[in-house]
Design a protein. Structure first.
Length: 192
């Protein structure tokens, strides 16, 4: 952790209790928002709005692509867990372990993954041909916009977490066997 947890206050205590209730423990990232719980809540509302407006599996795929592109171990592992557990898609998690570029996925998933990665790393490089490819694979313009929204929201979170020194919680890391987890450590190591 690069910054100290803000002193306790009723709002900070309420925020940390909300996080603990949601996760079953207080995640390390929550401490990075103790100086501004209102920012964490606003971000969560944004993410929930984006996520509920799109197919959950596409949200997780785009989020993992953005997290990997930004070297966020925390978000790569957490959203791989959601892809596996919430979307019942262990096969894609394992395919991304075998080929983190996403190129070995089916054509639609590979294009989504590639687009999300490009938005995360160099959005100005996106060309009409990238959008046309997604359209040719059955994605509508709102579907494509949702991917960009998901990536944009993720970039905020990964920047805050890594910029303030947050590390993946051991409880989340232990949701994966060590060999699979090793391929998801794309930035900061797992916390102690």
């Amino acid at each position: 952790m690069f910054i100290a947890r803000a002193p306790g206050s009723p709002d900070v205590d309420t925020y940390l209790a909300e996080e603990a209730k949601t996760r079953g423990f207080t995640p390390d990232y929550a401490h990075r928002f103790t100086s501004r719980p209102d920012v964490a809540r606003a971000w969560r509302q944004l993410v929930m709005t984006v996520r509920t407006g799109m197919e959950r599996r596409v949200f997780e795929l785009a989020t993992i692509a953005a997290a990997r592109a930004r070297h966020s171990t925390y978000c790569t592992v957490a959203h791989s867990m959601f892809l596996r557990d919430v979307c019942s898609d262990d096969a894609t998690v394992r395919a991304l372990d075998a080929d983190p570029t996403g190129a070995s996925l089916g054509a639609r998933d590979a294009a989504i993954y590639r687009y999300a990665t490009n938005v995360a790393t160099d959005a100005a490089s996106i060309r009409q041909s990238d959008i046309d490819e997604l359209r040719s694979l059955g994605l509508s313009d709102p579907d494509i916009a949702d991917i960009a929204y998901a990536v944009g929201a993720r970039l905020f979170f990964t920047s805050v977490l890594d910029g303030l020194g947050s590390r993946l919680d051991r409880a989340t890391a232990e949701a994966f066997e060590p060999g699979l987890l090793a391929g998801m450590i794309v930035g900061r190591p797992v916390g102690a």
